[in-house]
Design a protein around this ligand. Structure first.
Ligand code: TYD
Length: 149
């Protein structure tokens, strides 16, 4: 999680992203809006692309899966970004109405960079800490992590 720089005054809050606030040069920005209730996004990993995800408005959850197993992150503040490095499976769900997910990405869009098959992704994952991985895996269902598109 990255705490972004905010400037508060009586007329509102300004959040600035510049310099090395993001741990990679930003090559692309996109945002996700109008997500229907109950829908999920993501359900893939990227071979090289890194991204920072920000709940600019509203809230949603990001479920990740990497060599340390699954984790669920709740994003509900426009002042915090979640850094998702390369080779991390991610799924976005539980969107509140009118929520907006802003994504800062390290590369331009390239479908060849995607891994959309969870079993394929998992097969290529180097499990660093097997006991930890096993313990954590029990707390989340695979279906939940994969998301349904
Ligand atoms: P995808 O990355 O699968 O969306 P999400 O992870 O949010 O569920 O992309 C959905 C579609 O949009 C897919 O056809 C590719 C296209 N797309 C672009 O053309 N450019 C982009 O920058 C992104 C992120 C997606």
């Amino acid at each position: 999680m990255i705490q972004l720089r905010t400037i508060d005054d009586p007329s509102g809050r300004l959040t600035a992203i510049e310099g090395d606030a993001i741990p990679f040069p930003v090559r692309r920005v996109f945002y996700i809006t109008d997500v229907p209730a109950g829908a999920s996004r993501g359900g893939h990993a990227q071979r090289t692309m890194q991204e920072v995800i920000i709940a600019i408005s509203g809230s949603f959850d990001v479920s990740t899966y990497d060599e340390h197993g699954p984790h669920r992150w709740q994003l509900n503040r426009p002042t915090v970004g979640l850094h998702v490095p390369a080779n991390v499976w991610r799924s976005l769900s539980n969107f509140s109405s009118n929520s907006v997910a802003l994504v800062l990405a390290s590369t331009q869009y390239d479908e060849a960079d995607y891994i959309r098959d969870f079993e394929l992704f998992k097969a290529g994952l180097e499990v660093l800490e097997e006991p930890y991985f096993e313990r954590r895996a029990k707390t989340h269902s695979l279906e939940e992590l994969q998301g349904v598109r």
